[in-house]
Design a binder for this molecule. Sequence first.
Ligand code: ACM
Length: 242
Amino acid sequence: MEEYLRNCDADLLIVPELCTTGYFFHDTEQAASVAETEDGPFCTLIRSLSKELDAAIVAGFVERDGDRLFNSCITVLPDGMWDIYRKIHLFAEEKIHFSEGDRPFPVYCYNGVCFGVMICYDWRFPESVRTLALKGAQIVAHPSNLVAPPSMWGPVMQTRSVENKIFTITANRTGTETRGEESLTFHGKSQITAPNGSILASTDETTEGRIIAEIDPEKSLKKSFSKWNDIFSDRRPDMYEL
Ligand code: ACM
């Protein structure tokens, strides 16, 4: 992974959820055995790589905070700013191993462009991207270990881009993990999507690799699509009954 990052000439680098450990833990003790604090070796490495590569980096890891574990992402900017997002919506057995994220969806600004972070299963909730977009994110970084088929989440991420007029970047893993008789397969298909829903780059389902796209972040600032309509100022929250 370090080699991929070193050979990637980009301003924003995103690697998958739990990228140092794998996903399909045997039990919470195993998850705890690979967890680290914000000062651990992986977070330290990502901080130094961000500075060395002059790039913002978003990367998933198992975070330990006291006796709690979180499914977290560290985001580092080259100026040394760093922060940790803790996955808000926990999926399946994650509910056994991890505590629910206890911090709001974060938005960071780098070189005049603002991006937000959510992790994997957060995709199922339109509130996740909506919240980030309303907070000013022009790009959503989405590190993932998706087990759902890309034919399901891929079009949804295109919709998330269109309904918020933002770029979304899903960095999903490939491969299969086994646990006794059980297995989990991850379907790759990492995807960079434009505010108009078009896919700018994607990988296939099984090949480990990386994708790069050049984008114009300004395209996500204009929320109107005609002189009549603006998808943010046309919202009617007073009419959205719970
Ligand atoms: C997932 O949230 N990793 C499926």
